[in-house]
Design a protein around this ligand. Structure first.
Ligand code: CAA
Length: 445
């Protein structure tokens, strides 16, 4: 069977930066370690006044098309995943196609376009749609463009304000991919939850503590479901495990849970038993409370072991490097985690072609999905072509007062004007409103 997967990826960060450990911590009188150690974040990316989900998505897409030498005719499908949409009818993909048509010969009239919504997991779902479209033989030799783009802003003083971010990830889904092949096996954990939602409002209603528990519960279900179709997952089966990363501290919790699950009834559990005992089993306890307390104690001890820490440092920590400097990109976040991992491999001269990754996506509301990916021969060239470090380094560093203005500028209810902090160069910019309330965009050379 011909491989189908991600052929190329490009990243576009919002052009502004809010330093959390300095600016945010100073303003709120918080210990910087709350951000850097507790949440695991140094900074958030934020959009300049001329940026939004369309400009960031179109800019990432243009970089991808230019690098791969693509014309509109090569792309048969454009799916945008976002939870920051500003239109309940016209999909963001039409705006992005309109932008791209300003700078390429030809058009996207032949391309099927849509917008996917299921919180942060919609980017992965859009990849699925593209995968299925290609596998069904409906693509007529064309590739699919998947764009995950979000301005992940919270209401001022919300507990999530420290985890904000803004950016886009564009991915080309095709046969014989250069980056990763996607597994046909998938596992799901999906339930009707009210942990994080936006009922016709721009900023989310969040039950932060509960959202963490829901993430873990759905992820556990997805792993069990994945194993039911792919067989038991073993530690040695995958080199990296990119998770949806609302903030690295969340992944730290999910990774420990996954490790406990995957090592249960294996020689690793027996080896660990010498220092921390065997994992608690429900049948050995009279009630749930006692069992849960024993699990908490086991997890605390597990996280202190050399075996766990070595595994985490090699398999999970490399997926978090970009997230630490940009915050949550919602739909793009797990796809940044994949890029982070492969970038770490490249920087340490490790050839990972043929190796597998276990990719764990999540969307509030809530659904987790787990699948496998095999790294392809062209991965190193694809990752070497990215300029994500330069983009991160070149962001304008906001003062607190400037941050407040930026937040107001992007608040749909405030309609505030703001001079830009950065000068757009070779990128699409928001350029005002059309007669029907639509947003207008131009390309600045
Ligand atoms: N030094 C070091 N560590 C510190 C510290 C200090 N001075 N102060 C606190 N910490 C640690 C805490 O011990 C805690 O560690 P653990 O997670 O290991 O227990 C960590 O920092 C966070 O502290 P709190 O739990 O007290 O943080 P909080 O309650 O203020 O905020 C949050 C956490 C509720 C998740 C909040 O960031 C939030 O609401 N975020 C938005 C929702 C979210 O991201 N949920 C994640 C799951 S849902 C999802 O994934 C979808 C999505 O993208 C939104």
């Amino acid at each position: 069977m011909t491989a189908v997967g991600i052929d190329a990826v490009e990243v576009w960060t919002g052009n502004l930066k809010l330093d959390l450990a300095e600016t945010f911590a100073d303003e709120k009188g918080k210990d910087p370690a709350y951000f850097t150690k507790g949440l695991g974040l140094r900074a958030s990316s934020l959009p300049d006044s001329y940026e939004d989900i369309v400009t960031m998505g179109a800019n990432a897409s243009k970089k991808l098309m230019d690098r791969k030498g693509l014309e509109p005719d090569d792309i048969g499908r454009i799916d945008v995943a976002t939870e920051s949409s500003f239109d309940n009818s016209k999909p963001i993909s039409t705006y992005i196609a309109g932008c791209l048509e300003q700078v390429y010969e030809g058009d996207f009239h032949h391309a099927n376009k849509g917008e996917r919504k299921f919180a942060c997991i919609a980017g992965t779902q859009s990849i699925d749609d593209a995968y299925n479209w290609i596998r069904a033989g409906r693509n007529r030799g064309r590739a699919a463009l998947v764009v995950a783009t979000d301005t992940a802003l919270y209401a001022r003083d919300d507990s999530g304000e420290a985890t904000q971010g803004a950016g886009a990830v564009a991915m080309l889904i095709d046969e014989d991919p250069d980056l990763v092949e996607l597994s046909t096996e998938q596992g799901y954990g999906s339930a009707d939850e009210t942990d994080f939602l936006k009922p016709n409002q721009q900023f989310p209603s969040v039950d932060g503590k509960r959202s963490v528990q829901v993430y873990l519960a759905r992820m556990r279900e997805a792993l069990e479901d994945y194993e039911s179709v792919a067989g038991d997952v073993r530690l040695e089966d995958f080199i990296y495990a990119p998770f949806h990363t609302p903030y690295p501290g969340m992944v730290r919790k999910a990774a420990a849970l996954a490790y406990r699950h995957v090592t249960r009834d294996t020689p690793v559990e027996e080896e660990l038993a010498e220092s921390i005992g065997r994992q608690p089993r429900r049948e050995s306890f009279d009630d749930d409370g006692e069992y849960e307390e024993a699990v908490r104690e086991y997890m605390d001890a597990l996280k202190e072991t050399e075996q766990y820490q070595d595994w985490y440092a090699a398999t999970v920590d490399p997926t978090l490097t970009i997230s630490r400097d940009v915050g949550n990109w919602y739909t793009g976040s797990v796809h940044l985690a994949r890029v982070s991992a492969l970038k770490t491999a490249l920087e340490s001269d490790r050839d990972v072609a043929g190796e597998s990754m276990l990719v764990a996506s999540y969307g509030s509301g809530a659904q987790a999905e787990i699948h496998g990916e095999v790294v392809q021969d062209g991965w190193a060239d694809e990752i070497a072509a990215l300029d994500v470090d330069e983009q991160i380094a070149e962001r304008y560093d906001l003062s607190w007062a400037e941050y407040e203005q930026v937040h107001d500028r992007h608040n749909h209810e405030m309609d505030s004007e703001l001079e830009e902090f950065t000068t757009p160069e070779a990128e699409f910019v928001f350029d005002g409103w059309g007669r029907m309330g639509e947003r207008k965009y131009t390309y600045v050379e």
